[in-house]
Ligand binder design. Structure first.
Ligand code: ADP
Length: 191
């Protein structure tokens, strides 16, 4: 994105669900490939095995990625000749991802991390805030608010169509859970 050179750096792309973070990550990775740079893409796994999968955006764009269950696995699975690494859904990784990204950038790699900056309560999410602090380049992108059409920077959690309460458990048996992009005005987290 910022031109080929031999210095590493960290780029972070954040925003709510549906803001186009995966799309943007895929776009940057594709452009690195056009520049003939060796890329590797990682994403947190749902189970705890390594597997090759795809980073898929909501509009159907996809790129091959490696599922990891801890950020340490980025170092274990990194090929010697990789120049650009992409990490999707970085908010779900452990805090070690922050110093791993820093060390890789120090070694000369370009690190592109995408993820949620805030959880459904609009509170900082996992390691993302620390990564934002140490990154050279930060893009906060917005989705479209499903209530008013204004730029949305928050993710509304809905349980059976109603705003989820602040303390609502993560797993809800028998309930339908969904998420929507919302602006500050229309984001609701009842206590
Ligand atoms: P993210 O990774 O941030 O969740 P994706 O890159 O997977 O986002 O998907 C972005 C795509 O989602 C958009 O290009 C658009 O086609 C679609 N989309 C669905 N709902 C919305 C919304 N409320 N605002 C913006 N885009 C939306």
């Amino acid at each position: 994105m910022y031109g080929p050179n031999h210095h590493g750096w960290i780029e972070v792309v954040v925003g709510p669900m549906y803001s186009g973070k995966s799309e943007e990550l895929i776009r940057r990775m594709r452009r690195a490939q056009i520049a003939k740079q060796k890329i590797q893409v990682f994403k947190p796994a749902i189970d705890n095995r390594y597997s090759v999968d795809y980073v898929v955006s909501h509009n159907g764009e996809k790129i091959q990625g490696i599922c990891i269950s801890s950020s340490e696995e980025i170092l274990e699975l990194l090929d010697e000749d990789t120049e650009v690494i992409g990490i999707d859904e970085v908010q779900f990784l452990d805090e070690d991802v922050v110093h791993i990204c820093r060390d890789l950038a120090n070694k000369g790699l370009r690190v592109v991390a995408a993820g949620l900056d805030m959880d459904f309560r609009a509170e900082p999410f996992g390691p993302t805030p620390k990564l934002l602090a140490i990154a050279e380049f930060v893009d906060k992108i917005t989705a479209v608010c499903m209530e008013c059409g204004n730029p949305a920077n928050r993710t509304q959690r809905l349980i059976d169509g109603k705003p989820a309460k602040y303390d609502e458990p993560t797993i809800l048996v028998g309930a339908t859970e969904s998420y929507e992009a919302r602006c500050r005005l229309h984001h609701d987290v009842p206590r």
